[in-house]
Write a protein that binds this ligand. Structure first.
Ligand code: NAP
Length: 276
């Protein structure tokens, strides 16, 4: 049973809304598995208060923060130092202490790449990837795919100007169309289409005949666990990856930044799979 004392180290997630977050579940399972006297909670922080939350972290001695909507940009601007990924993206999803400095990281893209490796053994070096979407998650994935050596990164998005800006994140990026899916090794849905309560699954508008058994099809949406795209990809014989792996691996990277210890992935995954 969790026992919080004056020695307990505190980390948490800031966001609005944030009470639905699965991050406390994942991180507290990790702390428990390693018998660390750490606790992770959720802080509902209103839009506009991201920089104040960073100041609070300094004042209260909070060890680290996960950062979710709508604070990723404001926190990126408020930290003492940023990783190259945060500089490129202008968005930060994790703050960690390094000595006296608060450093802004973005673990989303690398978490996605790590999930592909862990779940289906895919190394993205040399692959042709089609990324559907150009929002915050898509941009992090495009940046990480580029750094991990993807050969071509083709961005397909409803709003053309956003697709252009996202494709510029990598020198191997370009804007494309849904037809590019037929020649892709990796197809990623990084839009909110397919998410429970989100835009209609018909919104992607892709022809399932473009999917085939030589592809990996990843959907980063994790509510529901099986999205319409995943069902179509399975029917086409493709290798399918759901969104929980990215959620787990981006959290594991944060855990390691804060504690300096290897994240206990099995315990953290089990907390996601069996939340009660
Ligand atoms: P975001 O910044 O709001 O971007 C949303 C993206 O979806 C944009 O590209 C947007 O296109 C597109 N989109 C939304 N509605 C659409 C519609 N009706 N038709 C076509 N395109 C539409 O959101 P985000 O933070 O990137 O998150 C995207 C999804 O990823 C969410 O479902 C989120 O839960 C999930 N996610 C998962 C993880 C994980 O760890 N698995 C991590 C982060 C996010 P426009 O540019 O044209 O508006």
């Amino acid at each position: 049973m969790l026992k919080v004392t004056a020695e307990t180290r505190l980390v948490g997630v800031i966001g609005d809304p944030v009470r639905h977050s699965r991050s406390p579940l994942i991180h507290n399972a990790g702390f428990e598995a390693l018998a660390l006297d750490w606790v992770y909670t959720a802080f509902p922080v209103r839009a506009g208060d991201g920089a104040a939350a960073v100041r609070a972290m300094r004042v209260l001695g909070i060890e680290g923060l996960s950062v979710t909507m709508p604070h990723k940009d404001a926190v990126a601007a408020a930290v003492d130092r940023r990783t190259p990924a945060v500089d490129a993206l202008g968005a930060c999803n994790c703050v960690a202490r390094e000595g006296d400095e608060l450093v802004g990281h973005n673990t989303d893209g690398d978490g996605f790449v790590a999930a592909l490796r862990a779940e289906v053994g895919m190394d993205v070096a040399g692959v042709c990837a089609v990324v559907l979407g150009a929002g915050g998650a898509a941009r992090a994935i495009i940046d990480a795919l580029g750094r991990a050596g993807a050969d071509r990164i083709i961005v397909v998005n409803r709003t053309a100007a956003k697709a252009e800006r996202a494709a510029e994140l990598s020198d191997r990026g370009r804007v494309g169309s849904l037809d590019d899916i037929a020649s892709a090794d990796l197809v990623v849905n990084a839009t909110s289409i397919g998410m429970a309560g989100g835009p209609s699954p018909a919104g992607i508008g892709l022809d399932p005949a473009l999917l085939h058994p030589q592809q990996v099809v990843a959907d980063i949406v994790y509510q529901p666990l099986r999205t319409p795209l995943m069902v179509a990809a399975e029917q086409a014989g493709a290798t399918v990856v759901g969104g929980l792996g990215m959620l787990l691996h981006q959290a594991a990277a944060q855990f390691e930044l804060w504690t300096g210890l290897a994240a206990p992935l099995e315990a953290m995954r089990s907390a996601l799979d069996h939340p009660c």
